[in-house]
Design a binder for this molecule. Structure first.
Ligand SMILES: Cc1ncc(COP(=O)(O)O)c(C=O)c1O
Length: 384
């Protein structure tokens, strides 16, 4: 192979979706989740747009993009994860106290505040996950403290504060914010709602990913026969694990999975090469703030590390043209507002389609049906 920006996963085999995978992404809980969401007045399925003109230009059969910029009026898929994980924590505490599970409405009404009221939630975030955790804490009436890296935009900080959370800025990147959050949570007895995992801390990141599976179930209902290729942008890997894991559990044969990362935050690309969780080769200084992670979420390894077929990186200068391409589309395709991280999967597809060798390696052709996720809208990060 002559390309240095895309690698095959030597471990991806015809492995069945087994217990190790189900531990990461449990496909059985999703109908309950959808029922619970029906009780939420702002919930509505996000659209899955077909982009036929783009597909024709790229030389594939179909391109469809799940538009998470329209999720709950929140602007990003992250709304599905943090809020649910806060709820899981509180309902778990009530369930333990009474030895029976409360309903969502009961926890929401505050009737168990004697048990739930003292929880203080915290997380590190590059912006979107923190906003989701803040929204969850506000919904259930709990105090919330969010640790932000230096690079997170002032707009994202303001959106977190608008949901009633306190914000602590660290003098460093996302991984520095994670370390500081863990230190202060330990010292103060706060409950961490992290989307990334570490040794001994896996249940909450699994709750977060369970929330993300909602968007995948929607795709399955919106698109038959579904995709042959799925390009997903990764930070720590929570989104990719939820998308790949859920599709893997539901489709036989499963689609081909491709992980897309910024060059400077290529922790999955490097972990694939090493055959085990490994740090990024760069300093994660990227415009794609949601993907600016130097470390993967280790709990996701049995899904992504064992089953993603390809790992690729994209250059920074692909972000602006891809956002423009989605915002001012080709003939007749719908216009899509995307943020720098939101468009990264699409940027990955374009990169592959511009390169004959990569296009062939991924078995792309006129019969291919490609799924992309616009994971965030244009949240004030420049014009597209
Ligand atoms: C908009 C957006 N897209 C993708 C991701 C990547 O998600 P994960 O860190 O779960 O891989 C993030 C994470 O913050 C994000 O905010």
């Amino acid at each position: 192979m002559t390309l240095d920006w895309i690698d095959r996963n030597p471990r991806a085999r015809a492995l069945p979706f087994g217990r190790d995978q189900q531990y990461v992404v449990n496909p059985n809980g999703v109908p309950e989740l959808l029922d619970m969401l029906k009780a939420c007045p702002v919930h509505k399925e996000t659209p899955l747009y077909a982009l036929p003109a783009l597909a024709a230009r790229l030389g594939v059969g179909e391109v469809r993009i799940k538009d998470e910029s329209q999720r709950f009026g929140f602007g990003a898929f992250k709304a599905l994860g943090g809020v649910l994980a806060v709820y899981d924590k509180l309902s778990g505490a009530v369930g333990e106290a009474y030895r029976s599970s409360p309903t969502f409405e009961e926890v929401l009404s505050g009737e168990h505040r004697r048990i739930t009221g003292d929880y203080v939630f915290t997380t590190a975030s590059s912006g979107n996950h923190g906003r989701s955790v803040a929204a969850g804490a506000k919904l259930f009436g709990n105090r919330c403290i969010i640790f932000l890296p230096k690079f997170t935009s002032a707009d994202k900080e303001a959106a977190i504060r608008a949901r009633g959370a306190e914000v602590i800025r660290v003098d460093g990147d996302y991984d520095t914010a994670v370390a500081e959050c863990r230190r202060q949570a330990e010292a103060n007895g706060w409950t961490i709602i992290s989307d990334t995992s570490w040794e001994g801390y896996e249940d909450t990141p699994r709750s977060v990913m369970r929330g993300y599976t909602v968007l995948v179930e929607e795709v399955i209902r919106q698109w038959r026969p579904g995709p042959t290729h799925v390009f997903v942008q990764a930070g720590v890997g929570g989104l990719a694990a939820a998308v790949f894991g859920y599709l893997w559990a539901r489709y036989e044969p499963r689609p081909r999975f491709i992980v897309v990362e910024p060059e400077s935050a290529d922790c999955w690309f490097q972990s694939n090469r090493a055959g085990k969780p490994t740090s990024a080769s760069g300093n994660a200084d990227t415009a794609m703030g949601g993907l600016a992670c130097r470390e993967i979420s280790p709990v996701t390894w049995p899904v992504i590390g064992l089953a993603a077929d390809w790992f690729m990186t994209i250059e920074e200068d692909r972000v602006a043209p891809t956002r423009k391409l989605l915002a001012h589309p080709l003939d007749g395709d719908p216009a899509i507002a995307s943020g720098p991280s939101g468009c990264a999967g699409a940027a990955g597809l374009v990169r592959v389609c511009e390169d004959d060798e990569a296009f062939k390696m991924l078995h792309l052709d006129k019969r291919s049906r490609v799924l992309l996720i616009n994971s965030e809208g244009n949240l004030g990060e420049g014009d597209a």
